[in-house]
Design a protein around this ligand. Structure first.
Ligand code: ADP
Ligand code: MG
Length: 484
């Protein structure tokens, strides 16, 4: 049963535009690098000079196929490009090359994980290739608009979902799953701040059991937090309209994150407003079995499969497996750490260190996992020293700290240099315990008169006296013996 808001059921379908990370544009040889001086990456094709012809970039097709295989979708063997005609100052051709009928990727699906521990399958209707438009620049031009055509012709994959989501949480979980997938597959950098991954949210509400209501489309949202907020305020708006006797008009709306409201941008155009027709400059894209098989053979293990394997091979909890597969880099790092730590039997400890101390330190330093100053081999090597009792877990935190600052020193080097090796020599530990007992007669009395707590106090004193280096298990055992 779907969660209702004031008795209303929410229906959400999403269109995600993800920029493919090719070297060059979809129909020209210009670079798609972000941040260049305006119009320095715009060829004659991107500038729409008369008579120039687009040439399809094969890498774009391969990356779209890769995505299709990643969501278990049908790949169209003869996908077609169409002209989507409209006027816009930053679209000098007067049309955008996109796909209408026969998109390259057909029906597929992706599973999302929900807060309550359940999984839900979301349908993907289609994913098609298209070119991005240029940019109109309004700042820096007094009374004028600047046109930058660097972005024109940047390859986009538009991923259209079924209206399968029933809450803002499900919508965000879906966007996250797609975001993880495209980065995992290495087909997009997913950089939301630079606009290479953006989302249109279609939102409607209905009374449970009714037909779908009229939807509004919230355009170009580029952060997870904004997606959630935009949907939230749009739902409130639609409820207000309907409950005060009004009607929802199908519209494209803009989310204003400052005012926390959505504003009408234009009434929704119909597909036939665009006069779609097959682009006569481009042949249908014939895709062979061999091409698909070659891409399939090159695909990495997918997040879902890797999660299941982590649970199976390393006895990780569902939660740990999920966190460790949030990105391919993180999950690769974890597996390397396990290997360096001595294999699957130490996987749980490795998971704790990767998700705990390491992630915490990376967060604090605002670094990503591939920028980690401590490598998987270093971390795994240190975990191996915890396991073989060379150091305690507590001392390991010190070792980790030194390693972080060290520029590549191994745990063994640091333990040696800083003299952090755990004291396991019975004689040496006994000597410390005896000193502590002699200096803490009162606590000893208390213990003997039945105060169990005093025992822990004494152990604490011994650990302190050994500067944390005495093996705690040995201290416990010897202390019991010595106290008789
Ligand atoms: P268009 O071509 O006009 O953009 P589509 O049929 O392709 O329309 O749908 C666009 C998106 O809107 C899809 O993601 C779809 O799931 C979603 N959608 C369709 N109907 C509804 C609805 N009633 N409520 C919410 N989302 C919807
Ligand atoms: Mg659409």
């Amino acid at each position: 049963m779907a969660k209702l808001i004031d008795g209303w059921e929410v229906v959400i379908g999403l269109e995600i535009h993800t920029q493919l990370n090719t070297n060059t544009k979809i129909f020209s040889g210009s670079s798609i690098e972000f941040g260049a001086e305006p119009n320095t990456q715009a060829s004659l094709v991107d500038l729409a000079m008369p008579g120039v012809l687009p040439v399809l970039n094969k890498e774009v097709v391969d990356k779209a196929i890769c995505f299709g295989l990643g969501i278990d979708a049908e790949i169209d063997r003869a996908s077609v490009f169409a002209r989507k005609n409209y006027f816009y100052p930053d679209l000098p051709k007067g049309y955008q090359i996109s796909q209408m009928d026969n998109p390259i990727v057909g029906k597929g699906h992706i599973d999302i994980h929900l807060e309550d521990g359940t999984t839900k399958r979301i349908g993907v209707t289609r994913a098609h290739l298209e070119e991005d438009a240029g940019k109109s620049l309004h700042e820096d031009f007094e009374g004028m608009t600047g046109i930058d055509l660097n972005r024109a012709g940047t390859p986009l994959l538009e991923i259209v979902s079924e209206p399968d989501m029933r809450s803002k949480e499900e919508a965000v979980a879906y966007v996250r799953a797609i975001h993880t997938l495209v980065r995992w597959l290495g087909i997009s950098d997913g950089n939301m701040a630079e606009g290479s991954f953006r989302c249109d949210c279609n939102v409607s509400i209905r009374q449970p059991g009714d037909e779908f209501g009229t939807r509004c489309e919230l355009k170009n949202i580029n952060s997870f937090r904004f997606i959630e907020k935009a949907i939230e305020v749009e739902i409130e708006r639609q409820i207000d309209v309907l409950e005060s006797g009004g009607k929802i008009i199908q519209q494209t709306r803009l989310f204003d994150p400052n005012k926390l409201e959505t504003r009408a941008m234009r009434t929704k155009e119909e597909a036939n407003d665009y006069r779609y027709f097959p682009d006569p400059d481009l042949l249908p894209v014939r895709i062979s079995e061999e091409q698909i098989q070659a891409i399939q053979a090159d695909m990495p293990e997918l997040p879902q499969a890797r999660r299941e394997r982590f649970i199976e091979a390393y006895q990780l909890t569902e939660y740990d497996a999920r966190v460790l597969t949030l990105s391919r880099e993180l999950s690769d790092f974890f597996e390397e750490t396990v290997k360096a730590a001595g294999g699957a039997k130490n996987a749980k400890l490795a998971a704790n260190w990767v998700m705990g101390e390491l992630s915490g330190a990376l967060n604090k330093a605002d670094l990503s996992i591939d920028q980690s100053p401590v490598s998987a081999v270093q971390l795994g090597g240190m975990i191996a020293r915890i396991v073989d009792n060379t150091i305690s877990g507590k001392i390991a935190k010190q070792v980790f700290g030194f390693m972080w600052e060290s520029n590549g020193s191994s745990a063994d080097q640091i333990i040696e240099e800083k003299g952090l090796k755990q004291e396991t020599d019975t004689g040496a530990i006994e000597a410390i315990i005896k000193e502590v007992l002699a200096a803490n007669e009162k606590m000893v009395e208390e213990y003997k008169s039945g105060k169990e707590k005093a025992f822990n106090g004494l152990v604490g004193q011994v650990m302190k006296a050994s500067r944390g280096k005495a093996n705690p298990a040995q201290v416990n055992q010897l202390m019991k013996q010595l106290l008789g």
